[in-house]
Structures are given as structure tokens and as C-alpha cells.
Design a protein around this ligand. Structure first.
Ligand SMILES: Nc1ncnc2c1ncn2[C@@H]1O[C@H](COP(=O)(O)OP(=O)(O)O)[C@@H](O)[C@H]1O
Ligand SMILES: [Mg+2]
Length: 591
């Protein structure tokens, strides 16, 4: 949260800015074209008051109808040109902004895909989502209404000043007298708005976090009857948001009319002083009218610039956060020169492996064991013993803290990472399904798995019958996370997925625990198919799967305490025997 709250940092950071401008690179030509349009457009609109002056002084005063028509035509031409240029410029800039946003989002997503599990343990989903959405949007604003239109504002200001001084330098100096007043008002506004802007952003971040928790946990809130309580908490969070917005609205409501007042004051000054000059013949009427028009255009860029300051600040803060994310190097990467590019046999060896998620809180300690190619090993132990952690180390979701983990006698860190992960099929208790069809969920975009392979796999694990019963069979679309399937069906689907992938090593992490006893026989058969000819590690609640394993490893508080077959371990009357008494006995078919 604290990170979220720093919505405004330094207003300008040259290094960040340079890096941001780098994103314009591919669209250099559009950017250049847009700037040219901007400058030409403001150039033509600066000419307009001068044309008015010419019309009044040259044509109207002398009754020259022909030159009046000519000037009117010129004026009309500038209007058309300004329109066309501003149209082109708006299109070009926004196109560029959108493309840059797309590039950034792709880059962030690409980067997120490479980061390791430990990173996602540290960074909550909501925060990472903000990087890809809100923060990228803030940068869009910088590119579309910030960086380039600053050129416009500065150019307009300079152009008008030149015209003013050329026309009548004394009156021009008079207008500049208003400037300090304008700057004072703007500065005060800027400070106030910055405060409330910060409050608004903080409130939004809070609302998002709160909503995310309460929508994800809606069922829990309902089950525990916490609706009223959460509603009251949301009322408070929401009120903060309202207050902060009201505050910012108040300042805007004050500032914009105040600007009008300052502008009107300038006009009054010009009319008063200029009027005297006209009467005494020191100034033409046309010049006076032009001055009035210029002064109106003169103050607009100034208030624009002050708004850009806020955009700039927000963009700096956002880009800092985005770049911090992009600069976080993935901790687990494929070696530059992998010692092994494929897993052929599927031998696994843990050699004195130690691991801790947090320093000083070891989860695994001195774990050593070998699983020979094709062997079926079961791992049992109480909840929290470290069973799932073994799996996370095997596929390098995390790297071992101490010791070595070898696959096919090569350290997993020396394996080509993609090849290693491809050769390990993992079926978890909580099956993750993507929104898409059943077929897509089995193939997971792998082109080497044909539709026929997928069906064959589904048939082998007895998933085929229920899939065919779905409305559109294999083409049935699954809701978010497979919402339309039962837990057992999801499990069977994940078996089909694993089998279709045909991995050398198969890991089942409590994958059978959600299947009802009715399908038990089917599952047992499916598992036999699944494990045949592969090295497999089964972490299981179910006695049947454990009993038939070649070997059972008993994990207790992160240590490997016992190994042996079911019978051997029972005879030892150790931890396995105790677990068996507690957990498994009433599941046993004979009991
Ligand atoms: N991502 C994680 N971050 C921090 N601690 C974790 C994480 N995953 C698991 N743990 C802790 O590690 C220990 C072992 O967890 P785990 O391997 O999931 O046990 P098991 O699968 O045997 O139930 C537990 O104390 C658990 O709280
Ligand atoms: Mg587990």
C-alpha cells in the first residue's frame, strides 16, 4: 500500500524522461509530423488577431471593400487550416499514445511472465494489475496531452509576445503586469490541487484493494455473515474518495472562474489604457482590438502549462514504478549454456536439499532421496510438512537453498529451463483452467498435441464420457477458472492435460483428494494409465495410491524420516504408522 500512495513524486527526472521518450522511438515520424502540425496550427491561429487589425485599420477605416474581402478570405483560410492541422495532430498524437501504451503493456506482461514464484509471493495481484492499467494510462496522458503540446504552449506564448511587442511595446508591457497575479493564482491552485489529487489517488487505491478482496472473497463474506460489517467499512473507504474528489472539485470551481477574472481584468486594462491611446491618436483601433484578442489567447497556454505540471508529476511517479518492475531481474532463468537440453530418462535426485521461503524459517532440511527412471514414489506427511515445496523445487518455481537437485544426474539449474518444465507434468489439487474450450484446456496451445491426441488422452483417463455429455462436447466453453465443471471433472480434465503432454516425470500433488469414492475405481485406473512408463511422484491422501507405490517417503517437519514400502513402514511403527492410524485407516477398503 505504501508504494501505491506515492502517486506524486519528483515533478521531473531527466533520466526517467529520457527513458520514456525512448518509447516514442518507433513512432518518431508521427511524433515529428504531429509537432509540425502543432506549431503550424498555432502559428496560423496567432495570425488571426493580426488579420483583424488589418481589416479594421486598412479596409474598414478607409472604406476599401476589396481588401476587406481579401482579408476575410485569408481569415477563413486560416480557420480551415487550423482546423485541419489540429485534426491531424490530435489523430497522430493519440495514435502514437495508444501504440506506446500497447507496447508498454506487452513489455510489462512479457516481463511478468518471466518472474519467479517468489516475486508473486511478495507482490499482491492488485498492485501488479495497477502497473499494467492505471500506471500505463498515466503515461498515455503524458504522451498525448503532455510532452508534445508543451511545444504548442511555449510556441504560442512566444509568438503572441512577439506580435504584442511589435504592435505596441508599452501596451505589451502593461499586459505583462497582469502576469505575476496570474502566476500567483496558478501556483496556489497547483499546490492545493496536488494535495487533493494525491488524496484522490490514495482513495482509489484503497477502494480497489478493498473491492478486490471483497469480490474474490464474496462467498466467504456471505458464509460468515460479514456483509453489514464490510458494508460499513466500504462506506468509510468510499466517503474518503468522495471527500477527496469534492475537495479537488472545489479548487477547480474556484480556479477556473478566477482565471476568467484575471483575464477580464487584463482586457479592462487594455480597453482603459489602450482607449486613451486611441483617443490621443497614439494607437489605431485595429491594434487595440488585436490586443484584446491576443490577451485572451495569451493566458490560456499559461493555465494549460500548470495543468501539464500535474500530468508530468503523475507520469513520473507511474513511470518510476513501471520501470522498477521492468528492472526487477527474473531470479530463475535458463542457463546461458545448458548442460542438458532435454530430460530423457527422468531420474530425480535430491542431495541434501535445504530450503526456506523466508530466511531463518527452514521448510526443508537435509532431504536426500533418489527416484529411479520409471519408479513410482509416494510422498506422505502432515499438512505443512513440505511436500508441495518438493515439487516447487523440482520444476524450479523456486531454487534450492542448500544442496543440489538433479534430474538425469544434471543439476536442475544447468537444465534448459523450458525443456525441464516441459518434461515435468504436474497435476495439482486446485486445477487451474483457463477460459476457453475444453479442447483448448487440454492442449494449452501446444501445437504438437493434435485434437486426436487430446481425445485419446481424455479417453484414457475416463474424462471422455463427461466431456461428451457437455452441450458442445470438446468445444464447450468453460467459464472463468472452469466454473461450469465439478471439482472432480476438473481433476479428470487435468489428468487428460497431463497425459496429452506426455511428460517424462509426472507429479500428482493431492490431485485425487477431491474425487468422490464413486469414481475411485475409474481414477485408480486413470492413474495407472497416467503413470505407466514414467517416473512419478505422488503426494496423496488416498491410501490406494500410496499403497501401490514402489516406495513411500515420509516427510515430517521438512525432514525425510522414513522410506520403504507400505508393509515395511507399517512394521516399523513409526510416523507412517501413526499417520496411517490417523488418516488412512477408515479409508481402507477393508476397514
Ligand atoms: N509461497 C510460500 N511462501 C511462504 N511460505 C510458504 C509458501 N508455501 C508454503 N509455505 C510454507 O512452507 C511450509 C510447507 O508448505 P508445503 O510444502 O505447502 O506443505 P505441504 O504440501 O506438505 O502441506 C508450510 O509451513 C507453509 O506455510
Ligand atoms: Mg501441499
Amino acid at each position: 500500500m505504501t508504494q501505491e500512495e506515492q502517486v506524486l513524486g519528483k515533478a521531473y527526472d531527466a533520466k526517467l524522461m529520457r527513458r520514456l521518450l525512448g518509447y516514442i522511438g518507433p513512432y518518431r515520424r508521427s511524433a515529428l509530423a504531429a509537432v509540425v502540425c502543432l506549431i503550424l496550427g498555432s502559428g496560423f491561429s496567432i495570425v488571426q488577431p493580426y488579420l483583424t487589425k488589418m481589416a479594421i485599420d486598412r479596409s474598414i477605416q478607409s472604406g476599401d471593400v476589396r481588401s476587406l474581402t481579401g482579408i476575410a478570405a485569408l481569415y477563413a483560410a486560416t480557420i480551415v487550416l487550423v482546423f485541419a492541422l489540429s485534426f491531424a495532430q490530435t489523430l497522430l498524437i493519440n495514435l502514437m499514445g495508444q501504440k506506446i501504451m500497447r507496447d508498454l503493456r506487452m513489455e510489462i506482461f512479457r516481463h511478468l511472465q518471466k518472474l519467479e514464484s517468489a516475486f508473486f509471493d511478495r507482490n499482491p495481484v492488485g498492485r501488479l494489475m495497477t502497473r499494467v492499467t492505471t500506471d500505463v494510462d498515466a503515461l498515455n496522458e503524458l504522451f498525448t496531452s503532455g510532452v508534445l503540446s508543451v511545444f504548442d504552449d511555449i510556441f504560442t506564448l512566444a509568438g503572441i509576445l512577439v506580435f504584442l511587442f511589435v504592435l505596441h511595446y508599452k501596451l505589451a508591457l502593461g499586459i505583462l503586469c497582469i502576469l505575476p497575479l496570474l502566476l500567483a493564482v496558478t501556483l496556489l491552485f497547483k499546490i492545493k490541487v496536488r494535495d487533493s489529487y494525491r488524496r484522490v489517488r490514495t482513495a482509489i487505491a484503497r477502494i480497489n484493494t478493498f473491492l478486490q478482496e471483497n469480490i474474490t472473497g464474496a462467498a466467504v463474506v456471505q458464509v460468515f455473515g460479514r456483509e453489514e460489517k464490510q458494508y460499513r467499512r466500504f462506506t468509510a473507504v468510499n466517503r474518503d474518495h468522495l471527500d477527496a474528489n469534492l475537495q479537488s472539485i472545489f479548487y477547480y470551481a474556484l480556479f477556473l472562474p478566477l482565471l476568467e477574472v484575471v483575464g477580464a481584468l487584463a482586457v479592462a486594462l487594455i480597453v482603459w489604457y489602450g482607449g486613451h491611446q486611441v483617443l490621443s491618436g497614439a494607437l489605431t483601433l485595429g491594434t487595440l482590438v488585436a490586443f484584446i484578442q491576443y490577451s485572451d489567447r495569451f493566458f490560456r497556454p499559461i493555465s494549460d502549462l500548470s495543468e501539464k505540471y500535474t500530468i508530468l508529476q503523475a507520469a513520473m511517479a507511474s513511470s518510476e514504478r513501471i520501470f522498477r518492475l521492468l528492472d526487477t531481474p527474473p531470479a530463475i532463468v535458463s542457463p546461458a549454456r545448458p548442460a542438458a537440453r532435454a530430460v530423457t530418462r527422468g531420474k530425480i535426485e535430491f542431495r541434501d536439499v535445504g530450503f526456506a521461503y523466508h530466511p531463518g524459517e527452514p521448510v526443508l532440511r537435509g532431504v536426500s532421496f533418489v527416484v529411479e527412471p520409471g519408479e513410482q514414489v509416494a510422498v506422505v506427511g502432515a499438512t505443512g510438512a513440505g511436500k508441495s515445496t518438493l515439487v516447487s523445487l523440482l520444476n524450479r518455481s523456486y531454487d534450492v537453498g542448500e544442496g543440489t537437485l538433479l534430474v538425469d544426474d544434471v543439476d536442475v539449474r544447468d537444465h534448459d529451463l523450458a525443456a525441464l518444465r516441459r518434461s515435468i507434468g504436474i497435476v495439482l489439487q486446485d486445477v487451474f483452467l483457463f477460459s476457453g474450450s475444453v479442447m483448448e484446456n487440454i492442449r494449452l496451445g501446444n501445437r504438437s498435441i493434435t485434437g486426436r491426441d487430446a481425445v485419446r488422452a481424455a479417453r484414457a483417463v475416463h474424462a471422455d464420457p463427461f466431456i461428451r455429455r457437455l452441450d458442445e462436447g470438446y468445444d464447450s466453453r468453460l467459464g472463468e477458472r472452469g466454473a461450469s465443471l465439478s471439482v472432480g471433472q476438473k481433476q479428470l480434465l487435468s489428468f487428460a492435460r497431463a497425459l496429452a503432454y506426455d511428460p517424462r516425470i509426472l507429479v500428482l500433488d493431492e490431485a485425487t483428494s477431491s474425487i468422490d469414492t464413486g469414481t475411485e475405481l475409474l481414477i485408480r485406473d486413470a492413474l495407472r494409465t497416467l503413470m505407466a512408463g514414467r517416473t512419478s511422484i505422488v503426494i496423496a491422501h488416498r491410501l490406494s495410491t500410496v499403497q501401490s507405490a514402489d516406495r513411500i517417503l515420509v516427510l515430517h517437519h521438512g525432514r525425510l524420516c522414513e522410506t520403504g514400502t507400505h508393509q515395511e513402514l507399517l512394521q516399523r511403527r513409526g510416523i507412517y504408522w501413526k499417520l496411517y492410524q490417523l488418516q488412512y485407516r477408515d479409508q481402507s477398503p477393508g476397514a
